[in-house]
Design a protein around this ligand. Structure first.
Ligand SMILES: Cc1cc2nc3c(=O)[nH]c(=O)nc-3n(C[C@H](O)[C@H](O)[C@H](O)COP(=O)(O)O)c2cc1C
Length: 211
């Protein structure tokens, strides 16, 4: 029954279109303008993105993280010793995907990963609510723990008066070399434009892709 229901689940997208003439020459600027629209719409957590990394065994792994800054790349924060952190230490490339349902839009970003500078991580860490700071210090992210109580015990051991960013926690920057903007259209004839960066010329090319 579930499979039957799943097979029948579909929506048609008709809100908008995306034309080549709508696009900024720079995909980061294009992202910013779409992100502003997503913020203004009713999208829940518009800065949530699925982040895919690759393990030593060449197998992909994917989870949601929050976008926390945009400069020449896309910045997110996490535990450097987590599963994703270990995967990124081994293979510094990642892919991120946003889905903004209210706008019927998807953005896909692919590129190289680097750690951001420690001072910026410090600043961001200190700007977080104290509970989040304690959580970041206390949680051995991705490790097996025997119980929730164990986590509470770890939290109790943190000195809340003297919090500084632990060196196992900080930001990464995803520096894009490919960014794709997808706008849902009727009858699955969606608009897709892919930007690709040439490392030789430094120029972004833009191509429409078949949906
Ligand atoms: C909405 C949402 C936002 C999240 N944001 C973050 C984040 O910014 N950083 C982070 O490390 N984990 C975040 N998480 C948790 C991750 O999805 C994941 O469970 C965690 O990072 C461990 O992943 P890993 O074991 O693959 O390293 C978020 C989860 C959700 C559902």
């Amino acid at each position: 029954m579930v499979n039957r229901d799943l097979a029948d689940m579909r929506k048609d997208y008709a809100l908008r279109k995306l034309m080549r003439s709508d696009l900024n020459a720079n995909p980061i600027e294009q992202f910013k303008s779409w992100f502003d629209e997503a913020r203004q719409s009713e999208v829940y957590e518009p800065n949530a993105m699925a982040l895919a990394t690759v393990g030593e065994d060449h197998k992909p792994s994917c989870r949601i993280v929050l976008l926390k800054g945009i400069d020449q790349g896309f910045i997110f924060y996490t535990n450097y010793q987590s599963r994703k952190g270990q995967q990124l230490a081994n293979f510094a490339f990642a892919a991120a995907t946003f889905w903004w349902d209210k706008l019927e839009r998807q953005v896909r970003i692919e590129g190289q990963i680097e750690k951001i500078d420690p001072q910026t991580s410090d600043q961001y860490f200190l700007s977080r609510p104290q509970g989040s700071q304690i959580g970041a210090c206390a949680s051995p992210q991705s490790q097996v723990i025997e119980s929730y109580q164990k986590l509470v015990d770890l939290k109790e051991k943190i000195d809340a008066e003297n919090l500084t960013r632990p060196n196992f926690w900080g930001g990464y920057r995803l520096i894009p070399n490919r960014v794709e903007f997808w706008q849902g259209r009727q009858n699955r004839l969606h608009d897709r434009f892919a930007y690709e960066h040439s490392s030789e010329t430094g120029v972004w090319s833009i191509n429409r892709l078949a949906p």
